[in-house]
Design a protein around this ligand. Sequence first.
Ligand SMILES: [Zn+2]
Length: 97
Amino acid sequence: MPEWTQEFREDIVKRIQDKNVNRPCPRCGGEQFSLVDGFAVFGMVEDLKDETVRNLVPSVCVACNRCGYLTFHALGPLGLIDKDQPPPAQNKQIVVD
Ligand SMILES: [Zn+2]
């Protein structure tokens, strides 16, 4: 992954826009958003008593400029997971349409 250059940020924003992600903020109706630098990684467990994370879901974070509501987009559908490198353990990920 490249560092968080302006070009990289613009590429991510374009990928999100290409998925028709264009609705206003679900909380305040705001229409201005900012990409937050850095990846958010969700650690998934099968049971709350588990001490080990089973799945990692890397994502990018978008913040509503008015209220700060955060939304996350998994890297896979945006084509941002390097195919040459094994992704974080996602073997149990189920695609739901
Ligand atoms: Zn908002």
